[in-house]
Design a protein around this ligand. Structure first.
Ligand code: SAM
Length: 257
């Protein structure tokens, strides 16, 4: 179909067939999977996916694309949800779903945080994102990329950086490199927080001013006696702590209050 890519919808369509094939291989679709694709666009991934699947759900916001899809795909093969993914109820799809997508980069973090609230329902997720975002997702402590996104995602997900994708693989080409990542929610959290809202608050406060020490950023939440009890040096910065230590801090505060 003739379609003028819309910047406001983050439309960069994948065109490199070899790369598309490597993404499909990494996703490894099985006929009976209950799969949902976010942002199918002109079908770069949708078309190969439905060759492997009995059925595919897609969530797309662009009405022009929706209209085209309705006439293009064989009836019964896909369910088209014309919705903003940030408002979409993933519960509609089923109890155990797989999620894939070449995401609109302008809203990739809100999409990840929304899905993070639905991980009990999700078997796995495969996403194309800005390479820099994927690097932050999988980053280890004491590296420049490590931050709030790394901790919040690593709390719930096992993640694997799969493939680096150059701008030329898309039309129009984005200004940045991209990367494909696999995220698998833990069935049992390795470090469960007793109060997850408090855990999120601690992580957000600690990284709010990432150059400052924990003594400063966690003032009002944890005093020096607390740091001593936890065996954590208050002179460290947020970037020095792993997920387990953030959980220890929030569990300590929860137990004390
Ligand atoms: N999957 C296609 C591909 O690989 O060529 C298109 C990927 S393009 C980067 C992102 C897609 O997400 C576009 O089809 C765009 O219209 C859609 N999109 C953008 N914002 C959206 C939103 N809030 N909810 C659902 N879809 C959205």
């Amino acid at each position: 179909m003739k379609h003028q890519a819309k910047k406001r919808f983050g439309q960069n369509f994948l065109t490199d067939q070899a790369i598309i094939q490597s993404l499909i291989t990494a996703i490894h679709p099985n006929t009976e999977d209950l799969m949902v694709e976010i942002g199918p666009g002109l079908g770069a991934m949708t078309q190969p996916l439905i060759r492997h699947l009995d059925h595919l759900h897609v969530v797309e916001i662009d009405r022009d694309i929706i209209q085209w899809m309705q006439g293009f795909y064989p009836a019964g093969k896909i369910t088209i949800h014309n919705s903003d993914v940030l408002k979409f109820d993933f519960g509609l799809i089923g109890p155990r779903i797989r999620v894939v997508g070449n995401l609109p980069y302008n809203i990739s973090s809100p999409i990840l945080f929304k899905l993070l609230e639905n991980t009990a329902q999700i078997i796995d997720m495969h996403f194309m994102l800005q390479k820099e975002v994927v690097e932050r997702m999988v980053a280890q402590p004491s590296t420049p990329e490590y931050g709030r996104l790394s901790v919040m995602l690593q709390y719930r997900l096992q993640m694997e950086y799969l493939i680096t994708v150059p701008p030329e693989a898309f039309d129009p080409a984005p200004k940045v490199e991209s990367a494909f990542v696999r995220c698998i929610p833990y069935e049992t959290l390795p470090y469960p927080a007793t109060d997850e809202a408090l855990f999120a608050k601690v992580v957000t406060a600690a990284f709010g001013q990432r150059r400052k020490t924990l003594r400063n950023t966690l003032k009002g939440l944890l005093d020096d006696a607390g740091f001593t009890a936890l065996g954590i040096n208050p002179q460290l910065r947020a970037e020095n702590l792993g997920v387990a230590e953030f959980v220890d801090i929030s569990n300590f505060i929860a137990a004390a209050s």
